[in-house]
Structure formats: structure tokens, C-alpha cells
Design a binder for this molecule. Sequence first.
Ligand SMILES: Cc1ncc(COP(=O)(O)O)c(C=O)c1O
Length: 403
Amino acid sequence: MFDEIQFEKIKRLPKYVFAAVNELKMAERRAGEDVIDFSMGNPDGPTPQHIVDKLVECINKPRTHGYSVSKGIYKLRGAVGGWYRRKYNVDLDLDREVVVTMGSKEGYVHLVQAITNPGDLAMVPDPCYPIHSQAFILAGGNVHRLKLEMLEDYRLDEDAFFDNIETALRESSPKPKYLVVNFPNNPTTATVDLSFYERLVELARKERFYIISDIAYAEITFDGYVTPSVLQVPGAKDVAVESYTLSKTYNMAGWRVGFMVGNAKLIGALEKIKSWLDYGTFTPIQVASTIALTDDQSCVAEICDVYRRRRDVMIKSFENAGWPILPPRASMFVWARIPEQLRSMGSLEFSKKLLTEGKVAVSPGIGFGAYGDEYVRVAMIENEERIRQAARNIRKFLKSSES
Ligand SMILES: Cc1ncc(COP(=O)(O)O)c(C=O)c1O
């Protein structure tokens, strides 16, 4: 019935690659198998107690039960401003340059909806967090993929990246209006230094495109690495916005709180579209999020340390199992090149095989873009004991695939 009515937008979205691995994982579990699951970026730890306590205190006040404020309550926007001042020495206008979002994904998708005209072109790295490209497709735009290459220590190969941007600006039609950057990067864990943003802001001002930066993993860094913000660059607010989330740093993924800050024109567009779409995150969640950003930050160091210890266990035990991987400098992921003898099968087949034969679930790199196909993403969301168990499974799996 109604075959002539087609949903063109939905048809432009590719099939979700991760669904194939998810379905297999469920089937294994239903069959009673113990699958060690590194496939999602969903933090496994609890939200710090003082944040939960604030939520409970606030939810017991009936006046917090109504609609909230779409752009975020003033106190939370103030806490966001304080976070940027403390961490990056950046001052924000709380009314014009800050919007609270229902997680950074919601903010990103709606910003892109608000600013994309039909056929607009955006430059998005490949591989990338899938919504970074698909949001433009959903909004009726198009995407120019920029190959993301890294140096040995997971630092972005900046020269290669800028070459790719300049080629896109020179050769693409229409000329790209937007560039998405995400460092520390999901899935590759690639990092940049402030000099990268200095160069980028200069180029964006000259060539006239907007930068949309996502620093979801800003606080999950190791070995002394500190995540820079594009907004630290003088004049960046003319061309850039940046999003952050409480999901990862405070183990608050289910709460759905984040924020976007920076260029007043883009932030105004996001605020306006959100004012039509939502009534804001539930007030008790916003109040507890204010506490998360302003109270004692020792929980952040503790959460980061959990990931660092897991990273160290994973790198060492996987190497002993026959899968050497360089340690990342940031994020909750390890971006692992598929062992050479199995690389030619591609990341989807490798992930399926590792799951069915090794009982370890990872995300195939192809799900993040064509250039990810020699890799899998391993999320550090299982504890150290489970990581060691996974390494034992992997050792057996690699041995049996040799024969
Ligand atoms: C790079 C990146 N941005 C945004 C998000 C989404 O975060 P949120 O929970 O704030 O929507 C994720 C989640 O995995 C992510 O990896």
C-alpha cells in the first residue's frame, strides 16, 4: 500500500553496520555464551554519588517537576562558563554563546538541522563518529569525507589533514561551509595540540567556513596529555562552536546532558530550533549537572584513572596474546589494527569471527568510514579481569586462525 510514498531522507541513511555485530552478540548471549563486550562507548561505571544525591534532593521539590528551560537554566550555563574559564581561560557570554543540550549528540544533530540548506557541503573526517556525517545527510546536505591519518603516536597527521581540507575547498562544488573536528577522536583516539586549532582558525577565517568541534573525551587523557579547545585561539568565536558532554567524564551517559558554546550566530540558531523542539532537560538533572561541573573534581581524575589502568592492562595482555597495539593518549577506546594475517578479510568479517569464535565483541572500523576498514574499535568498558579474560580468548582465537 502507498508504494509511491517514499521516505527519501531515511533512504539516504546507510544500514547501521554495528547492527550486524549487535545481532550476533545477542544471539551468542541467548545461546548462553559469555561475550566480553567492548563494542559500545557506554561507560560502565556509576555516576559519582554527590551528583546522584543532588538529583534526589532536587527531585523531592515539586516546583522542579514542570517544564524546564530549553537553552538551559542560568545556573548551569554559568557552570559551563566557569568550566571554560577554569580549564581554557575562555570567557563566554552566558546568554548568547552557551546552550545546554540533551547530550552532545542531540545538540549536534539539531545544530546541523538548523544551519544546513539543501545541498550544503560539510567536510567530515573519515573515520568518524557516525552521526558526525549522517546528521548532514539527514538535514538534506552532503558530506565530503576527509581521510584522517595519524602519526605513530596517534597524533593527527596535521599536514595530511590540511592538504585534504585545502583540496576539498579548491575542488568541491559547492564550496564546503562546515568542517567537523573531534579530538580526542572517536574512533581513532587521534589527538591534536593547540597549534592545530591556530592553523585551522586562520584557514576558516580566510576561506570562510565554520568549524564544529566535539570534545566529548576532553578529560579522558593519559600520560600528561591535555586536550586543547578551539576556543582558546583568539578570534575562534568568529568561526567556531564546540560541544562537550557530561556523559563520559562523569559517567552520566543516560542522563542526557551536554552543552554547545561559541559563535553566537550558530549558538543562536541552535537555541532557536531547540526552543521549537523541546522544553529543556528535566530541571533536577540540570541542577545536579551544575554540581557535577562546579563541585570537587576528584571524581574526574578517578574515572580517568580507571580508563588508564584498563588501557595499560589491555595493551599488555593483548600484546602477550599476539595482538600488539600502541597505547592511545586519550579517550575510552583503543583503535586496534587487525592482526596482519586476518586483515584482508575486512573489519566486519573479522569482528564477526572474533565474536563467534573468541567471544569478544568489538566495533568494526568500517562502521566509522571506509578508511577504518583495517581497524576495530575496542571500548574499555569491561573491568581489568574481563580484559585479561578477553586476552586469553584472543590468544586462542589467533592460534586457531593460524591453522
Ligand atoms: C565523539 C562523540 N561525540 C558525542 C557523543 C555522544 O555523547 P552524548 O552522550 O553527549 O550525546 C559520543 C558518544 O559516544 C562521542 O563518541
